[in-house]
Design a protein around this ligand. Sequence first.
Ligand SMILES: *Cc1c(COP(=O)(O)O)cnc(C)c1O
Length: 236
Amino acid sequence: MIQEYLSEVEANIQAACQKAGRNRDEVTLIAVSKTQSNRVIQEAYDAGLRVFGENKVQELVQKYNCLPKDIAWHMIGHLQTNKVKSIVDKAVLIHSVDSLRLAEVIERECAKHGIIANVLLEVNVAEEKSKFGFAEKEVKDAVKEIAKFQHISIQGLMTIAPFVDNAETNRPIFSKLRKLLVDINREKIDNVTMRILSMGMTNDYRVAIEEGATMVRIGTGVFGARYYGTEVFDKN
Ligand SMILES: *Cc1c(COP(=O)(O)O)cnc(C)c1O
């Protein structure tokens, strides 16, 4: 089942890359495995996937402990400061740095472990009240501040676009995020060079790739519909 979904997603990614004149290897597929059981994730692993995204710390840690060690886990959901210490040594990339306070806590925890956290700054491009993230106009100053931290490496920007019927509606949002990244890179803030644009989900990843996404976060497209009942998220 996953194999079929995956083939379709892969074909779409390739088509979008081709349309935009980009190489397929410029885009990383992050399989968003939130709410999926370890058994289902293992199935995706057996189909060849190695990069998974989770939005809850507890779930990421549990899966990290149970599943193969060569999986790259990405933290894509809002991160509470009191949970930072549980994941700084487990997530290869935190997509959701949405406040200076959170960055401070990540810095402190990484200093303790003697490690460097790779992060993206989350930008609320669409200015939705329900969403986390820096406002567009705050991002440059946030990069300046966070770039001072010794144990954080700013790798790029992330956004969660609104849920829309027509993916084209989100095109200006993706293009804004890309422009913002280019503008900030031009300033050469403490030699920060951001290379990652994490944007695009099941409904709109093709458009996001056309607008420059280097990481797409796809859940439903890879695993099918999510079921939020507790029994699915088993402990095996
Ligand atoms: C759940 C989630 C996704 C994936 O959503 P789909 O629509 O299932 O592809 C992507 N990004 C974030 C931050 C998520 O929480």
